[in-house]
Each structure stands twice: as C-alpha cells, then as structure tokens.
Design a protein around this ligand. Structure first.
Ligand code: SF4
Length: 111
C-alpha cells in the first residue's frame, strides 16, 4: 500500500480484501510489487527478473466510467485519463490490455 501511496487505513483494508477474493487483482498487485526491488538502489542485478504486469479489463477498474447507453459493452471513459486509456483496446469494458494505473474496485467505490 505504501508503494501505491495509499495512506487511508480504510482504503488499504478494502484493497487487501479485494486482493484476497479477486485473483486478477491479486495477480496484478503481485506483479507490480515484484517490480519494486528493481526500482530500489539496493536491488543490484535483480532488475532483469521482473514479472510482466497481467492484462486487465477496464470494467474491473475503479477508474472506469461505463457508457451510459451501453454499460456492459459500450465504449466507456477513464476518469483519470491514464496513458493506457489512449491505446486500443482500452475503454472497451471487457477488452484485455496492459495498464499500470488499473486499480481494483472496492466496496466504497461508486458504480
Ligand atoms: S485505462 Fe487503465 S486506469 Fe483507466 S479505466 Fe482502464 S484500466 Fe482503469
């Protein structure tokens, strides 16, 4: 949680709860955490062992705003305008793609 600069205790607990019940969220988080030692000055030569970030769907992301006319299949938008949102096939709800800004939906998020 420190690595993604999430300091709110409630949000941290929700994020961990989602990871415990959502394999995609856990896989994404573990892949991101695996990259952290490579960014550390103490990492030495471990940088070439990075785990690729799994592909994600926008519909499973807290930043996704679904289409008002076709929420399940229509082109949505990214509330944070993440760089990946400008690369196809992002913003189609179920399309798998790479996005470093993907975050799991937690109970406190509004649909
Ligand atoms: S582009 Fe990335 S951050 Fe934006 S909604 Fe899709 S997965 Fe989430």
């Amino acid at each position: 949680m420190d690595a993604i600069i999430e300091t709110d205790p409630t949000a941290r607990a929700e994020y961990l709860k989602v990871c415990a019940s959502n394999p995609s969220a856990l896989a994404w988080t573990l892949a991101e955490l695996a990259k952290l030692p490579a960014q550390s000055p103490q990492a030495g030569n471990r940088s070439h062992h990075q785990t690729p970030t799994p592909k994600v769907c926008c519909r499973d992301c807290r930043h996704f705003v679904a289409s008002s006319t076709s929420p399940a299949a229509g082109l949505g938008r990214c509330s944070i305008n993440a760089p990946a949102s400008n690369r196809a096939p992002a913003l189609w709800p179920a399309a798998l793609h790479h996005c470093r800004d993907w975050r799991p939906i937690t109970e406190g998020d509004t649909p």
